[in-house]
Design a protein around this ligand. Structure first.
Ligand SMILES: *Cc1c(COP(=O)(O)O)cnc(C)c1O
Length: 437
């Protein structure tokens, strides 16, 4: 049986029976740590960081930087890994900032996003020496100025710009996407207006501009369209106001494989194309290309993750549907319920058996929408106690996990150099009641 296992860190044991992840037997891991269980391949995360850094550096002659968008998966260990890999990170809340601080991550390399930072958020971030605020709206600009004035510092910021690119059709649209909740649109004049206001603030240093358009992107096109619009804006702002953009952060959104039908991203080729385009465009506009930042989230951690479940009830409704219930659900993976996100699943303890039964894998929550994946294939012999693996769960799973139905959140077990260790312990029922007065 040859199957596409999506990523090079997924394999099958020599006897053909068990699914392996990062070279380790998943059935043994399920036995050792219990289920539901999040696995994270540390070696893969590090390899992704290094691949990005090398590709970006090659594409922009070293004048570039990679930031990990940590909302994809945020826990202490991941910030330690990012520190060791010399990555920058994006954060979106004081919870993420605090977690990064606890991991000893250097705050100067931290970029604070969010479309609604409270005054308390702003004070907390500045107190801890955040590198950059990515300013999303005018109120925030003035709040950052007030807080910086109070502290007698000059705070670096990027301005979040909405370039007017439709991420679904990848078209530059003249009116669309001005309706985003994020940032300042170029075509309405809001972007230029906020730049002028920001430049007038004595305690703010405008380091540059930011935008983020794509999601699950497998080629350069959306980045080229975005760069085209943004570099024109950068050139216009130099011409109108003498403003020199030091840093242009073009966002994240690179794709990963959830299904065997998903393409493999050619990271080096894609970034080289973006680099060539931007250099040409900057030369044509007569400006120096600013330092370029990318901020991938999903593609740093997604295929470094896998979730293991134990099968409970298997329910056949002849001529209609087969349900396979697992011991997790929308509490550890809300992405099917939220976006009908696709997944690949296997019976981890029977890889040698044909996956011949069409079934819908559901969780244990009191909610009919609690589906991990409909209409997938698992062996018809699957039964209570078997182990099911859901692949590509490293991004937006743990970070979106909930305690609905008072289910405890799974632990995160890291795999590195053929060994496993707990990075986040399993929640207990006492954790659940710890906040109740
Ligand atoms: C979510 C987000 C990212 C990361 O997107 P991915 O699709 O996970 O790569 C980067 N930048 C911003 C501003 C984001 O909101």
């Amino acid at each position: 049986m040859t199957r596409d296992l999506l990523c090079e860190n997924v394999s099958v044991s020599a006897d053909g029976q068990h699914l392996q992840f990062a070279g380790i037997d998943t059935v043994a891991l399920a036995g050792q740590y219990g289920t539901p269980l999040y696995l994270m391949d540390e070696d893969r995360i590090r390899a992704c960081c290094r691949a990005y850094k090398a590709a970006v550096s090659a594409a922009f002659d070293g004048n570039a930087q990679v930031l990990y968008a940590s909302k994809a998966s945020s826990f202490k260990r991941i910030y330690e890994i990012m520190r060791e890999e010399n990555m920058g990170v994006d954060v979106v809340s004081i919870g993420e900032i605090y977690t990064a601080i606890k991991a000893g991550f250097p705050m100067s390399q931290t970029y604070f996003h969010s479309n609604n930072k409270t005054d308390a958020d702003i004070a907390f971030a500045m107190e801890h020496g955040i590198g950059y605020f990515v300013v999303d709206n005018e109120e925030e600009l003035f709040a950052v100025e007030r807080e910086a004035a109070k502290r007698g510092i000059r705070q670096s910021v990027l301005l979040r710009i909405t370039p007017g690119i439709d991420p679904h059709t990848f078209e530059a649209v003249s009116t669309g996407k001005v309706d985003s909740k994020f940032g300042f649109a170029i075509e309405t004049g809001a972007a230029e207006d906020i730049l002028v206001k920001a430049l007038a603030q004595p305690h703010i240093h405008v380091a540059g501009v930011h935008c983020h358009v794509g999601s699950q992107v497998f080629d350069a096109e959306v980045f080229l369209l975005t760069a085209d619009v943004m570099l024109q804006f950068i050139a216009d702002m130099k011409a109108h106001h003498g403003f020199v953009t030091e840093l242009f952060d073009i966002g994240g959104g690179f794709g990963v494989r959830y299904l065997d039908s998903d393409p493999v991203l050619d990271l080096n080729g894609c970034l080289a194309e973006i680099g060539r385009f931007m250099k040409q465009k900057a030369a044509a506009l007569g400006i120096a290309l600013p330092k370029i930042a990318f901020e991938p989230g999903r593609s740093i951690v997604a295929d470094a993750g896998m979730t293991l479940y134990t099968v409970g009830n298997v329910k056949a409704i002849p001529d209609f549907i087969n349900y396979v219930s697992v011991d997790g659900g929308m509490t550890d993976n809300v992405r099917y319920a939220m976006y009908q996100a696709p997944y690949t699943l296997f019976q981890a303890n029977a890889m040698n058996r044909e996956h011949d039964m069409t079934c819908t894998v559901v969780g244990r929550c009191c909610e009919s929408g609690d589906v991990i994946q409909p209409n997938i294939k698992l062996p018809s012999t699957i039964a209570r106690g078997d182990i099911v693996a859901c692949l590509t769960t490293g991004a937006y799973h743990y970070s979106m996990a909930s305690n609905y139905n008072r289910l405890t959140r799974p632990p995160i077990v890291m795999l590195a150099n053929g060994e496993s260790y707990v990075a986040v312990r399993r929640e207990t029922i006492d954790d659940l009641t710890a906040l109740d007065m």
